[in-house]
Design a protein around this ligand. Structure first.
Ligand SMILES: [Mg+2]
Length: 124
């Protein structure tokens, strides 16, 4: 649970991040402090939350078609919510976000090298 000390530390970190990029490990560590679901809901809670937040991203973008205007900041906020759930889910799976990011980049670079960026299927 987040307490006053955490909030004070976050304020300090936030100032530090103005001068250097936030790394995934730091994000995941800070985000974890706000996770309030029980261990009995590990994996399933963040997986469902991620699906919900991805839907919120899609809905914000959809409104661009319906209303003709695009709220970039609202989409960015929903992407942040997605990020939180990705951090929580990867923590529950005991895989760091950095490992996931690197593994994803490796996969994409192989596809690029093999000329299989286009197409479908997980293993191409
Ligand atoms: Mg949201």
């Amino acid at each position: 649970m987040t307490n006053d000390t955490d909030l004070e530390a976050f304020g300090y970190w936030k100032e530090q991040w103005k001068s250097r990029p936030l790394d995934m490990k730091s994000y995941q560590s800070e985000a974890q402090k706000t996770a309030i679901y029980g261990i009995n809901h590990a994996v399933i809670y963040p997986a469902l939350g991620l699906a919900g937040e991805a839907g919120e991203v899609a809905n914000k973008v959809k409104k661009m078609l319906r209303d003709g205007d695009f709220d970039r900041n609202a989409v960015a906020a929903e992407l942040g919510d997605c990020l939180w759930y990705i951090a929580a889910l990867s923590r529950d799976l005991n895989i760091s976000m950095a490992e996931i990011a690197m593994s994803n980049l490796e996969k994409l670079m192989k596809r690029k090298a093999n000329g299989t960026i286009k197409g479908s299927g997980d293993n191409r």
